[in-house]
Structures are given as C-alpha cells and as structure tokens.
Design a protein around this ligand. Structure first.
Ligand code: AKG
Length: 250
C-alpha cells in the first residue's frame, strides 16, 4: 500500500499503517533500551550525540525536576553510530518508496536520523514548529520530508505528535521570513489534532506543517525514529553533518 499523497499535500502529513514489520520494530526497541542502559559507561563522544531530558527546561515536563528524570534520553542522535540495526531502515523498501512518492524523485539523500523519546510520566512536550527552515541540517528550499517511524504507537495521553492541518500552505520565502523575523503567536498546545498510531506506522511530515505534541502522561514509553530525506539536487546550507548525511537512498 503506498503512502497517501493526497493527505500529505492537503493536510501536511500522512500515515502509512504498519509499514515496518514487528520483528524489526522489536529489535530497534531492544537496541534503544541497551543504549539507554549504557549511558553511565559512555564516552564523552557518545554522550555528545544525546540530548538528556534533565538538561532541558522543566516546564515542558510538568515541572518534574531534573533529579527525578535521571539519565533519560530525549533525543538519541545518530542512532546508526550506536547500533548498526538502525541502518536497516535506510535500506527498507517502505521508507524508500514513501520518500520517492512524496518527493517525486528517485535521486534522494539522507540528511539525518534520530530517535525522539518521551519517557513515561514526564517525557516532555514539543512546541509548535515547522521543520523548514531548521538550523541543524537543512537545504535552501523545502525539498525534503521527515519520515517518523512509531516504535511504540502513540495515543494522545502518550504525547502523540499533534498537527495543525493545512498549516504547510505557505511559500518557502514566507517560512524563511517567519523564522528570521521571530516566531509569530502559535496556537495553544491542545489545538490541532493528535495523530494516534500503532507500532510500526510510518508518518510523513511535510517540512512546513506546524506540529508539536504534549507531555507523555501515560505509563508507556513513546519512541519515534525520525529520518529527514531530501532531493539529491538540493545542497545543504547548514554546517552540521552526521555519518548518514549524504547517503543515497537506494
Ligand atoms: O516525535 C515527535 O513527536 C515529533 C518529532 C518532531 O517534531 C520533529 O522531528 O520535528
């Protein structure tokens, strides 16, 4: 089943149900658990690829204090550098086909990969934002897509990703101007719609759609692998690079 292009272009996002097989999802979850438990023994170089919940403002996790969240990882950057299991996603037909369909090209490169983790009971909320432009790894135009693989599934109480449907309909110039002139007032956190998913679902995020999501107030883990994939013809204009950056999606 192909990804729903109409929904992507109309709403700014689309979901492909059960795109990735459970056995791979289980292996990725086990790999993340092993990385999390290895944190106390990690080198500085490995820790530098992680963003820890305790280092971020407490107001986005209901003021749960840093001492109470331990070494919980919020962003696991460059997961392929920790476990080659993540490489399997770059070769997975469901990922390749979704990106080719949505970007209408066979000549695509990987920009980056991470795992965004909302731990049970305090995993932080993410404010409304667009992915284009971003300061991390970004081309000059919005010729890219983020594909988000839900490892645990997402319910609203778990801090499911929220979308403001149709908010991607602005020009690249307007999105760039908005960023340079300061963010205009955003909707309140509970506006838009929470996209509930099953483990293994793949969500395509338009680079200009407003999205975010609430705190994980449930007792379940909420982990998503996020992959940014772009047109090979669009050079990157930011300076950061990952090991996977520039890899052709074959
Ligand atoms: O994990 C999520 O809910 C969304 C991740 C996200 O907002 C992003 O990659 O831009």
């Amino acid at each position: 089943m192909p990804i729903d292009q109409d929904s992507f272009h109309l709403q700014g996002y689309a979901r492909l149900s059960r795109a990735i097989e459970p056995v791979l999802i289980d292996s990725l979850c086990a790999a993340i658990d092993a990385i999390q438990s290895r944190v106390p023994r990690m080198s500085e170089a490995e820790r530098a690829r992680l963003v820890f919940e305790k280092d971020l403002p407490a107001h986005r996790r209901d003021d749960v204090q840093a001492q109470a969240v331990g070494d919980a990882i919020f962003i696991l950057g460059e997961p392929c550098a920790f476990d080659p299991m993540f490489d399997a996603l770059l070769d997975h037909p469901a990922i390749r086909d979704a990106a080719r369909t949505l970007l209408a090209s066979d000549a695509l490169t990987v920009h980056f990969m991470n795992v965004t983790i909302k731990h049970p009971r305090f995993g932080r909320s993410i404010g409304w934002h667009r992915d284009f432009p971003n300061d991390y790894i970004c081309p000059a135009s919005s010729g890219f897509v983020r594909l988000m693989l839900c490892l645990d599934g997402m319910e609203e109480a778990m801090g499911a990703t929220r979308f403001l449907p149709g908010s991607h309909r602005l020009s690249d110039a307007e999105a760039l101007r908005e960023k340079s002139e300061g963010t205009p007032p955003r909707p309140s956190d509970d506006e838009g719609m929470a996209l509930e998913c099953t483990a293994g679902d793949l969500v395509a995020i338009h680079p200009k759609v407003l999205h975010g999501g609430g705190i994980n107030r449930s007792d379940r883990m909420r982990r998503n692998v996020v992959l940014q994939i772009g047109l090979a013809s669009e050079p990157l204009v930011t300076t950061e690079r990952e090991g996977v950056t520039g890899r052709l999606l074959s």
